[in-house]
Design a protein around this ligand. Structure first.
Ligand SMILES: NC(=O)c1ccc[n+]([C@@H]2O[C@H](COP(=O)([O-])OP(=O)(O)OC[C@H]3O[C@@H](n4cnc5c(N)ncnc54)[C@H](O)[C@@H]3O)[C@@H](O)[C@H]2O)c1
Length: 306
């Protein structure tokens, strides 16, 4: 018996890279998988059914069960139809892994409207739209049975969104939004028995192979464990999607090579209080307390891009 026997999962952006590894792991552990990918090229051109279908073929050849879905995750109606496809094809939905993503890196002063909008669209709306319809489905199940549904959402953030990489104003804003959305939806869905967590992965895929220096750093080294393989990230998703992680919700984990970290976001570091209304001068005085021992700026990060 696999860990996910009898479970039904959707993985978005599953035709390549990390999403492919997520799908293969879930299927190898017995889940029926909806393999979503609209087959976008690196430069945004797309609609190629091949990647999703290839992963479905890999799963079925290995004896697993999967069906392809070619939706663009940020399309509201297509996201709703994707959730419905899982339920009509396999009878239920237990796990949603939001993973689909693109990069359109550019320095903020050169970024085009299209580059900004497309990245926000695919990541931020592309996480929310499937989650929204999955949550509505689970709420109906909860109301029908009056029992927790024991479902999981695993989102995909990025350390870029948490620490702020230069050249990625669009991507970092979307990924930070995903980290916050993870906390919001974890709070909202806890009562229904749905846990919501996020991973901030680092793995060898076409995204990182195109990044100067990263390809070589993450290359498989002879005789050593392949810790930058997408499968290494999938294991963390698999733990979060399983009952082994019971009680874990609203959390963000970074997984990079052989290291996994629990990350925590915004929190007060220093504080100054006053019984009077604030003025510019009193804030200026308070700033001495706020920045006592704290850096006043952030180190510059100027990637070698326009
Ligand atoms: N690889 C890394 O080191 C790394 C680091 C941080 C975050 N991530 C995140 O991990 C996720 C997977 O990235 P990857 O490295 O495997 O990239 P990848 O390019 O190999 O795979 C992403 C897949 O998403 C699909 N996709 C893109 N837009 C889509 C849409 N609108 N609808 C459906 N499918 C769509 C693409 O066709 C592609 O197959 C992304 O969210 C990415 O931002 C990756």
């Amino acid at each position: 018996m696999g860990r996910f026997e009898g479970k039904v999962a959707i993985v978005t952006g599953a035709g390549r890279g990390i999403g492919r590894a997520h799908s293969l792991l879930l299927a190898s552990e017995g889940a029926c998988v909806v393999v979503n990918d609209f087959g976008g090229g690196m430069a945004g051109e797309g609609n190629d059914a091949t990647p999703a279908q290839q992963v479905v073929n890999e799963i079925t050849t290995a004896g697993g069960t999967a069906v392809a879905n070619f939706a663009s995750v940020s399309n509201w109606a297509e996201a709703e139809a994707m959730i419905a496809q899982a339920v009509t094809t396999f009878g239920r939905l237990d796990i949603l892994v939001n993973n689909a993503g693109i990069l359109r890196d550019r320095m903020s002063f050169s970024m085009t409207e299209q580059e900004f909008d497309s990245v926000i669209d695919v990541h931020l709306k592309g996480h929310f739209a499937p989650s929204r319809f999955a949550a509505a489905y689970w709420r109906e199940q909860f109301k029908a049975t009056n029992a927790p549904v024991n479902a999981k959402i695993v989102n995909t953030a990025s350390e870029s969104g948490l620490y702020g990489n230069g050249g990625q104003a669009n991507y970092a804003a979307a990924k930070a939004g995903i980290a916050s959305m993870t906390i919001v939806m974890a709070r909202e869905l806890e009562r229904l028995g749905v846990r919501v967590n996020a991973i901030a992965p680092v793995a060898r895929t076409r995204l990182t192979e195109a990044t100067p220096g990263a390809g070589e750093y993450m290359a498989k080294k002879d005789g050593l464990p392949d810790q930058f393989a997408p499968e290494n990230v999938a294991a963390v998703m698999g733990w979060l999607a399983s009952d082994l992680s019971a009680g874990v919700t609203g959390q963000v984990f970074k997984v990079m090579g052989g290291m996994v970290q629990l990350l925590k976001g915004w929190r007060p570091i220093t504080q100054s209080s006053d019984e009077m209304e604030w003025s510019i001068d009193s804030i200026d005085s308070a700033s001495a307390t706020l920045f006592d021992g704290q850096p006043r700026g952030v180190p510059p990060f100027m990637p070698d891009i326009e």
